[in-house]
Design a protein around this ligand. Structure first.
Ligand code: ADP
Ligand code: MG
Length: 473
């Protein structure tokens, strides 16, 4: 056990070296090299270690994947817990030390972005001062609209325009992980602060809220806690599902809710499930969460995934070929965080290992991100892809209907199944509502004939073919 390094003013490099040593021991070598080697310590004051990262990507990635490792490694190295602050390099510079075993290659020039953890705006209230705790990066202007979020986004915009004055109070947004809930509710807060339509905006996760509540009880400061949360104009509470098992916190929150709502203040919530599925929630609270507007965010469709990816690449000044973007958007379907993570991985690999951002690099990255099962081209996957192309639900392809467009899509899907799966004609037929093998042969022949003579038809088949080729890594 080395001497604990606790004195303020200690050489931040020494501290970082100690932390790095532990991270190296803990993490797979590639992960360490990719995510931690490029960091540069800027300062250490005994409480906070400030680290420079090459881009906002790094903050996001380290926070979502390695925050725990970093905390443990630091506590282990220093003998006590400290805070970490990230500052994004303004010139995209990687630290002075070249990554081991790899040629020193400079990162693409990256936009200067403010550090994520910085509390963006401090507001002094009548009695207390508090921080909005918003991340300035989450804006409406960089939130890509799609069918999956159109309604939630419109509601969020309306609330941002007139906090506390719309029927959307509370506004409750729910949906799976990585679909943009945090982004959207923070965009509300950032817009309100930018327009100065309300001053006291606070963003808090229900986890944080719970921790503060417990701490306030332990420290005999419940009054101050209540004063703070009851003094806000806008309360943005993220991930309320975390309250599920926390009865006391729920009760406290219930009173805060009533107080604020009664005073006409705006409440915005997010959750990973609809209110009715919040098990272990007080029914009065569930009912209140539904007083205003409840809006679902769903998995983004292909076009939206592509648009989000392109925008993010643009923000980070990464040149992303159409092929690569399409490939990623095609494969990573259910989570925008993972989609962006793939981009981060590619950027890191390209920068540190001297690789170019290409389909083959994307394949490599995706192999690590997506389970093998998801990469197998199944009949269902082909059916889904074709249905998406034609814009109708998957089950129609399997149905008995002989409607021209559906029959055409069904034939294409069968044709693609003969090309991309190893199933017998009989098995393929069974996947299409129990049709026989002769139907599959007929479909294959029809498609082959039409490709030769109908340009529009050939284009559709080619497009689908290409997508599936890309998918069969
Ligand atoms: P959630 O809170 O639902 O788990 P986040 O809001 O944290 O998801 O979103 C995950 C990542 O995806 C964030 O970096 C966010 O900026 C990005 N993101 C999600 N939806 C969109 C969108 N529609 N446009 C642009 N970026 C998005
Ligand atoms: Mg979130």
């Amino acid at each position: 056990m080395p001497e604990p390094v606790t004195r303020p003013g200690n050489d931040h490099w020494t501290v970082w070296d100690l932390v790095s040593e532990r991270l190296q021991a803990e993490l797979p070598r590639q992960s360490y090299l990719t995510w931690f080697r490029p960091l540069e310590p800027l300062s250490y004051d005994g409480e906070t270690l400030t680290l420079q990262v090459p881009s906002q990507f790094y903050c996001d990635w380290i926070e979502s994947h390695y925050a725990h490792h970093l905390r443990v490694a630091t506590a282990d190295a220093l003998g006590h817990a400290i805070c970490h602050k990230f500052v994004v390099s303004h010139n995209g510079k990687v630290n002075g030390r070249a990554p081991v075993d790899t040629p020193p290659i400079s990162l693409p020039v990256l936009q200067p972005v403010e550090p994520q953890q910085k509390p963006s705006i401090k507001v002094s209230g009548p009695n207390e001062s508090f921080e909005s705790r918003l991340n300035e990066r989450y804006l409406f202007s960089n939130f890509v609209e799609g069918d999956c979020n159109r309604f939630a986004r419109a509601a969020a915009l309306a609330v941002a325009d007139a906090p506390g004055k719309t029927p959307f109070n509370p506004l409750m947004i729910y949906g799976g992980s990585g679909l943009g809930k945090t982004h959207l509710i923070q965009a509300i807060g950032n817009t309100i602060l930018a327009r100065k339509s309300a001053r006291r905006v606070i963003y808090v996760t229900s986890e944080q809220f719970t921790a503060e509540f417990i701490k306030s009880i332990q420290g005999g400061k419940l009054d101050a806690f209540n004063r703070l949360y009851r003094s806000v104009d806008v309360l943005l509470l993220d991930d309320v599902q975390f309250f599920m098992t926390k009865e006391k916190t729920q009760e406290e929150f219930f009173h805060t809710f009533n107080y604020l709502h009664h005073a006409g203040k705006q409440l915005v919530f997010s959750s990973d499930r609809p209110p009715r599925d919040l098990e272990g929630f007080d029914s009065r609270l569930v009912s209140r969460l539904q007083w205003g507007l409840v809006s679902e965010m769903t998995i983004p469709e292909y076009e939206t995934r592509l648009a989000i990816l392109r925008r993010r690449a643009e923000e980070e000044k990464i040149e992303l070929d159409d092929d690569v973007a399409q490939f990623l958007a095609l494969h990573i379907t259910d989570n925008i965080r993972t989609l962006q993570g793939a981009l981060i991985h590619m950027l890191a690999q390209a920068s540190l290992m001297g690789k170019t951002i290409s389909i083959s690099l994307a394949k490599e990255v995706i192999k690590n991100l997506i389970s093998k099962a998801d990469r197998i081209i199944s009949v269902e996957r082909i059916q889904a892809l074709v249905a998406e192309e034609y814009g109708f639900p998957n089950d129609l392809i399997r149905s008995k209907t002989r409607k021209k467009e559906i029959a055409e899509a069904r034939q294409i899907a069968m044709f693609l199944c003969t090309e991309f799966t190893r199933l017998t004609l009989k098995a393929i037929g069974l996947h299409f509502g129990g049709r026989d093998h002769a139907t599959v042969i007929h479909a294959r022949e029809t498609v082959n004939e039409r490709i030769k003579i109908e340009k529009a038809f050939a284009d559709i088949v080619e497009r689908l073919h290409r997508k599936l080729e890309l998918a069969s890594i």
